[in-house]
Design a protein around this ligand. Structure first.
Ligand SMILES: C[S@@+](CC[C@H](N)C(=O)[O-])C[C@H]1O[C@@H](n2cnc3c(N)ncnc32)[C@H](O)[C@@H]1O
Length: 249
């Protein structure tokens, strides 16, 4: 280990507790764009990362050139064993949720999600649609590195947090998505809605059903039992965006 790597290791160790791991160029890029407090950027090839930024995201190139610590590939693999295809990783501070914020777009609630990739995909959708927050119940950490990888670092574009139960939600009408509900195509979703989705294996719990102001179904052919969780969120947000003046254009 050279002296620069020794220094990088000390900085990494100091920043790691409680930090969010961003692995890969797009995660770092999105975190920067949406105001993350980046603690440390590490790369195996600063010139290559800056060239990638010039090609794909010129707005972050200068920052990466000035701040990225260059290290060897084995050193990076020790820091992040699964590695990074783009040779860049970073640590960022985990923002505090802002529950009291005025809402101009729905909240997505995922009940006890199990699949980290699904949650990441939902956060990415939430960022794209300008959703106010993605809330989860259950024991999965919605800031787990694999979830952040799935969202391409877009956690910083919305609020992502865990809530204790479906009874600990912000105010707003609760629309629970369930194949037994009313047809989504006939429903206008208000901007202050909470859009709630059940867990992958068992669907919506009795507790969540009890909280529902409306049960809403996405149309499916007979014999198909359900859609994938993230896909269901996508269709529901698309439906909201079709009628809301606050949806992205
Ligand atoms: C993978 S599905 C759950 C499947 C579960 N085996 C069940 O029987 O409900 C995860 C969640 O996506 C939503 N979902 C999936 N397909 C849906 C549909 N056709 N209509 C409304 N919601 C749906 C629901 O919120 C559901 O709880």
């Amino acid at each position: 280990m050279n002296p620069q790597e020794t220094q990088t290791l000390a900085l990494w160790r100091a920043a790691s507790p409680g930090a969010v791991l961003l692995d890969g160029f797009h995660a770092v890029k999105h975190a920067l764009r949406f105001g993350a407090e980046i603690e440390l950027v590490v790369t195996t090839d600063r010139a290559a990362v800056v060239a990638l930024a010039d090609e794909l995201a010129a707005d972050v190139g200068d920052y990466l050139e000035e701040t990225a610590h260059e290290v060897s590939e084995p050193f990076l693999r020790d820091l992040v064993p699964r590695g990074s295809p783009t040779g860049v990783v970073a640590l960022a501070g985990r923002p505090e949720p802002e529950p009291g914020r005025v809402r101009s777009a729905p909240i997505v609630l995922l009940e006890n999600p199990r699949n980290l990739g699904n949650v990441g995909a939902v956060v990415r959708l939430a960022a794209g649609f300008g959703v106010a927050a993605v809330l989860t119940t259950g024991d999965l950490d919605p800031w787990h590195p694999n979830v952040v990888r799935g969202s391409a670092g877009l956690h910083f574009a919305t609020t992502v947090a865990r809530v204790a139960s479906p009874h600990a939600l912000p105010a707003g009408p609760v629309f629970v998505l369930d194949p037994e509900g009313a047809d989504l195509r006939d429903i206008e979703i208000p901007d202050d809605a909470i859009l709630a989705f059940g867990t992958e294996r068992h669907g919506v719990s009795a507790a969540l059903r009890e909280r529902a102001d409306r049960l809403v179904a996405i149309p499916m052919r007979p014999k198909v039992s359900s859609y994938n969780l993230a896909t269901s969120v996508a269709m529901t947000l698309f439906r909201w965006s079709a009628t809301s003046a606050n949806a992205p254009t």
